[in-house]
Design a protein around this ligand. Structure first.
Ligand code: GRF
Length: 188
């Protein structure tokens, strides 16, 4: 099968990047990760790009030619899907317009609930019964684009932020690959 070229944007730990790299080794998985973009030089996730010989670029989001630099690289590597995985910067309008319906993100809640930051503490404060993760298209409105896949679990009495993160991320490793499959096989 001819795989589409994809790029993953990260800012931190990169466990979703690691998982997507592993999954993309499957012959039937629709994408190949050809580029990693990172805006934090201390991000652990960069090591997954290095270990797997995937080209990566460290960008300074304060640099005013930021968008143009990334757009140039995306063209160079013929990228047709951008996967945000813990990328802590808002994607600009210009960027979203150029890559309409080709940028997806994973968020650690059952959207539309708990958009934005500090998700786990908000979930606990609100005494939610259930939580999970969502993979969605990126639009100009934060964490608001159409949802591609959601996975959920019931919150237990003694769950704290760390447990919630652990349980949510376990589901993220299933949800993100599933969303990519849905986009290419089922034309989402
Ligand atoms: C994930 O939990 C994702 O939902 C959120 O940021 C986290 C990134 O984790 N957007 P990692 O860097 O992939 O480990």
């Amino acid at each position: 099968m001819v795989k589409k070229n994809a790029c993953v944007f990260i800012s931190g730990r990169g466990s979703n990047l690691k998982n997507l790299i592993q999954r993309s080794r499957d012959y039937n998985f629709p994408i190949k990760i050809c580029l990693v973009v990172c805006n934090n030089r201390n991000a652990k996730g960069i090591n997954y790009a290095k270990k797997n010989s995937i080209p990566f670029v460290l960008v300074d989001s304060k640099f005013n030619n930021f968008d143009n630099k990334i757009l140039y690289l995306l063209k160079k590597y013929k990228i047709s899907l951008i996967c945000l995985a813990g990328y802590m910067k808002i994607i600009s309008k210009k960027f979203i317009n150029k890559f309409n319906k080709k940028i997806i993100n994973i968020h650690p809640s059952l959207l539309p609930k708990f958009k934005g930051l500090n998700t786990y503490s908000k979930i606990l404060k609100n005494n939610e019964k259930k939580t999970g993760c969502s993979v969605h298209f990126v639009t100009e409105k934060l964490d608001s684009g159409n949802i591609i896949v959601q996975k959920s679990f019931f919150i237990e009495k003694n769950d704290d932020e760390n447990n919630l993160r652990f349980k949510t991320q376990k589901l993220e490793y299933l949800a993100y690959p599933q969303a990519i499959i849905n986009i290419y096989r089922y034309n989402y």
